[in-house]
Design a protein around this ligand. Structure first.
Ligand code: SF4
Length: 357
């Protein structure tokens, strides 16, 4: 982070009062970590190093082999996707893509000046009842693509100046992504991969991404199995445990966020958490879990944009927006937990809510 941005945020927070002054004193905006002065980080992008070692092709084969009796994610459907069968994610052997384009609504270290290169995959292995992308995730809008077509999308995003390849809802198409990355790499791709997942991951699948993914961007949506089970299309009682294990592994692989001299993400873990009405998401447990099991320097985006989407209106406890007070208490819990690297936009949102109350 530049000093100008740091000063701006400090002034922003100091303009608050009470807990805000305390938040500012707690240095909640470390930004991008030690790489911000241009210090070298791990080989970059990670997948190029793996290819140079001759190991990327083998990884692609191993990933595709899982589709023969699919256990890619915790649903463990066991269907043969290679012969056209579909499990919970309704996806056979080929990936389905809704869109690919530069995106400017993501976290600032991903967006930079030219945008994050998002590829939205259709269908989902979790399917929340409040999904904000339900036409894509639940209804499967999009078209099937080959790995070569997917590789071309990555190269197109690079040609348009994007700072990373942001793979949105990638879990159920991980083998296709690896296949496409290898093709794209051999045609000039050099951008870091950002794995933008719901967090409902099988630990063994995440282990296969070591040395390929530079930036992990998982959600941690629920801390309680009962809430996770209640607000999904099909039971996902095991969501908190599976997601927590996955996040620990992601952090082990890439560590805390590191950026280049322009403040653009190079490598590391960025965690998202959506504050929900009536404390459904377990935000207090979330921030303490991050502090205890990852690091207090973890880049955390506590999000205020919950909306009553898709089937959320059918559930009384989540059939409204959050209140300013619900977001303020979430941010204060983050301070209580000792988190030091909160997303800039969430800090700005805190300031706006404080001015209203
Ligand atoms: S990726 Fe799809 S088919 Fe495979 S286990 Fe998960 S939901 Fe089932």
């Amino acid at each position: 982070m530049t000093m100008d941005r740091r000063s701006f945020l400090k002034n922003l927070l100091l303009a608050g009062g009470g807990a805000l002054v305390s938040l500012a004193g707690g240095v909640l905006f470390k930004g991008c970590g030690p790489g911000e002065e241009g210090e070298p980080v791990a080989p970059f992008p990670a997948y190029e190093h793996l290819e140079n070692e001759g190991r990327l092709a083998r990884r692609v084969e191993e990933a595709y082999a899982i589709l023969g009796a699919c256990t890619l994610c915790p649903r463990r459907c066991g269907v043969n996707r290679r012969s056209g069968e579909r499990g919970f994610c309704r996806t056979a052997e080929r990936a389905v893509v809704y869109s690919h384009s530069p995106h400017f609504g993501e976290e600032l270290p991903l967006v930079g000046s030219n945008g994050s290169g998002t590829i939205f995959f259709s269908n989902c292995n979790l399917r929340c009842v409040f999904c904000q992308n339900y036409p894509i995730a639940h209804e499967g809008w999009g078209r099937e693509v080959s790995d070569a077509e997917l590789a071309q999308m990555m190269l197109d995003l690079q040609a348009r100046g994007c700072h990373n390849i942001n793979l949105v809802t990638p879990t159920h198409v991980m083998p296709n992504i690896l296949g496409a990355v290898r093709i794209a790499l051999n045609n000039g791709l050099r951008l870091p991969l950002c794995y933008n997942t719901s967090g409902y991951e099988h630990l063994e699948a995440v282990k296969m991404l070591e040395g390929i993914v530079d930036i992990y961007l998982p959600d941690l949506k629920f801390m309680d199995g009962g809430e996770a089970e209640r607000y999904n299309d099909a039971e996902a009682y095991d969501y908190p445990g599976k997601a927590q294990k996955a996040l620990v592994e992601m952090h082990r692989q890439v560590g805390d966020l590191v950026c280049d001299g322009r403040g653009i993400a190079r490598r590391g873990l960025m965690v998202r958490h959506l504050v929900m009405p009536n404390r459904v998401a377990g935000t207090r447990e979330f921030v303490h879990w991050v502090a205890e099991h990852l690091s207090t320097d973890t880049y955390v985006n506590i999000m205020a944009q919950y909306r009553v989407e898709y089937r959320a209106f059918e559930y009384e406890r989540i059939a409204r927006a959050i209140t300013p007070q619900e977001f303020i208490e979430a941010m204060e819990w983050a301070e209580e937990a000792g988190l030091t690297n909160l997303d800039e936009r969430s800090l700005q949102q805190l300031q706006r809510f404080r001015q209203r109350t």
